[in-house]
Design a protein around this ligand. Sequence first.
Ligand SMILES: C[S@@+](CC[C@H](N)C(=O)[O-])C[C@H]1O[C@@H](n2cnc3c(N)ncnc32)[C@H](O)[C@@H]1O
Length: 259
Amino acid sequence: MNLDEKIVIDKKSGKITVTGSDRAGVYDIGTPEAFAVISDAWIRSGWDTKYVYSFTWLGRPIIQLPEDMIRMQEVIYTVKPDMLIETGVAHGGSLIFYASLFHAMGRGRVVGLDIEIRPHNRKAIESHELFDYITLIQGDSASPEVAGEVEKLVRPGEVVMVSLDSNHSKEHVLAELSAYAPLVSVGSYVVVMDGIMEHLAGAPRTEDDWTWNNPRQASVEFVSMNPDFEIVEPEFRFNEGVVTKRVTYWPSAYLKRIR
Ligand SMILES: C[S@@+](CC[C@H](N)C(=O)[O-])C[C@H]1O[C@@H](n2cnc3c(N)ncnc32)[C@H](O)[C@@H]1O
């Protein structure tokens, strides 16, 4: 995040003026450039206000930006995985979200891993209407024991997708990538969440090392050493507007297995 950037929005003229950054200039508010600048400010305000801690999916808290979940839905509907492995369960909202997609699609199931599944969360997830689509595993997602347990759940020939949303340190995400990326099918993805940490360093509730110690840096390092994967931006499945970039907590998140 460039803390020196300043933005003035003039609603009457429909212009925004940006100073103090490499995108300094005057932009019409209806341009993708203006939308990107305003979205970055909105992301920052959303971080400070804890906006992402205000949603549920079918009754369970889901700690995500709604756009990220809509885009994830687009990818899941395109890939049609038989199994989605997600690290980081928390209240279970994202597991229920994926389960609801698999229910609607008539295929797929989700395995959720968490180092601590609190009893009240476990109870709510296990008693949910969609629990038939969910397997819960408690343990450190980077441990060989947990990875081995997950591997046993994958049936031969299944299309596998992975999403990483647990401990967001670079080291942990790299360990998760080396444990779970090999399970991902060609054409499918590992989705590495919350790379936004890199851009939030300097805001409240952040650490100075977030500039390098974050999931995005783990993704970049992983693909530089693993030619089977590349970071891609999944195409929008529908777009009649001029915005072509995601407003997201997950920059550089989609690691596609290409061979
Ligand atoms: C951001 S929350 C997950 C949010 C959830 N995916 C959602 O969308 O609502 C992160 C979770 O990761 C878990 N976690 C932290 N370190 C972990 C580790 N080493 N292994 C597995 N889970 C871990 C935490 O207990 C916490 O529940």
